[in-house]
Design a protein around this ligand. Structure first.
Ligand code: GUN
Ligand code: FE
Length: 366
């Protein structure tokens, strides 16, 4: 539900600075390298193979500002069978982005977004692949008002999903307050960027009122529990959001989160929720079943895909997982399930299918 594709070389690195410094010191210089198509091709093959090996059947991706590299990512997803939702990142605010990595102005940001949408439609028609363009303002501070407004209009014109970051950190919230005298949520809402096809990453600082807005707009949250520890310095209130009927799926936030594995993120979502329980949040704890729901049904609902359940009429997105230590086939289903959540890694994911197509196969290797 939230992957920064060009940040893959940095996964597990550079986790020592707060968000704003991290973007300028490490992340913008890295993303700027995707002007180089050969580099993009090498990194994106590695990323998509790794995601499939970890059992990720659908991915919602931020690309970079470069359409050529973004289309390389889309082609690789089509070739390897990764269902993908991909956005050309829009970021044109000269006060918050460096000269070497910025859309030159709002017109360029919007025009290139529209060109990317058209190219993705062409590619989808040619390849019959499950790839969808996504409207992608990086986050409020990176964009000018004209760009936020234009992107809201483009999302409507083409009826497309929208992705961004919302209330990830106190710094981000302060920015919205200072520049718009509004909450981050209210800024996005003002530009029609909170729709029933919007997926906003993090949300660790969302207030009850913000959650009500998400609920009434039917906007989803991408919960990224590993990243939230590093950059949000906090825990997203999953149970409170669910109580308000806000859709939530699970994301890795590569490279704000170091792991490409949704299992690793399921584990962290359970552990992090435990931290809230003695801090005045009643019923904050989430179970293994809740975490599994976020990684499957929650994500599928947010992306409007008939997936995430093994059920007639649903896409056959499946994994074959083998317990690495014991034959547990005669254990109780609940025990098998908990072992699946806590002990699955890419070594014991033997096969992965997307829409019934085998996209990763380790059976017969040993
Ligand atoms: N906010 C704006 N850009 C980013 C990013 O690349 N990663 C994270 N975690 N937050 C962001
Ligand atoms: Fe992110």
């Amino acid at each position: 539900m939230h992957i920064h594709a060009p940040q893959w070389p940095q996964a597990g690195l550079a986790l020592d600075k707060p968000l704003n410094e991290w973007l300028n010191s490490y992340t913008f210089p890295l993303e700027a390298k995707f002007k180089d198509k050969e580099y993009a091709e090498k990194i994106y093959y590695s990323l998509i193979k790794e995601l499939l090996a970890n059992g990720t059947t659908s991915g919602l991706f931020f690309g970079s500002i470069h359409n050529e590299a973004n289309l390389i990512l889309a082609k690789i997803c089509a070739e390897l069978g990764q269902r993908a939702f991909i956005g050309k990142v829009a970021m044109d605010n000269p006060e918050q982005t460096p000269d070497y990595y910025r859309d030159q102005n709002s017109q360029v940001a919007l025009q290139q977004t529209e060109e990317f949408i058209q190219a993705m439609f062409d590619l989808r028609n040619q390849n019959k692949a499950e790839i969808t363009p996504v409207i992608t303002p990086r986050f409020v501070p990176s964009c000018t008002e004209e760009t936020l407004q234009g992107l809201g209009l483009l999302a409507k014109k083409y009826d497309l999903p929208i992705q961004s970051h919302c209330s990830e950190s106190i710094w981000e919230d302060h920015y919205a307050q200072e520049h718009y005298n509004l909450r981050d949520t209210q800024v996005l809402d003002k530009f029609d960027l909170l729709t029933d096809k919007s997926i906003m990453a993090h949300g660790t600082q969302l207030s009850d009122q913000d959650l009500d807005t998400f609920s009434s707009r039917q906007t989803a949250i991408a919960h990224c529990p590993i990243s939230n520890i590093y950059f949000g310095n906090s825990v997203m209130r999953v149970q409170d959001a669910h109580q308000k009927n806000v859709k939530i799926g699970l994301g890795t936030d590569i490279s704000g989160g170091f792991s490409p594995s949704l299992y690793r993120n399921m584990q962290q979502s359970i552990m992090s929720s435990q931290v809230l329980t003695d801090q005045g949040h009643d019923n904050a704890r989430i179970s293994a079943a809740n975490a599994f729901y976020l990684a499957t049904v929650g994500g599928a609902q947010a992306l409007h895909i008939k997936s995430g359940q093994i059920k007639s009429g649903f896409k056959a997105d499946l994994q074959i997982v083998q317990d690495q230590y014991f034959d547990i086939s005669s254990n109780e289903p609940q025990e098998i399930f908990e072992r699946l959540i806590y002990h699955t890694n890419k070594e014991n994911i033997k096969q992965v299918y997307v829409s019934g197509k085998l996209v990763h196969n380790k059976l017969g290797e040993e």
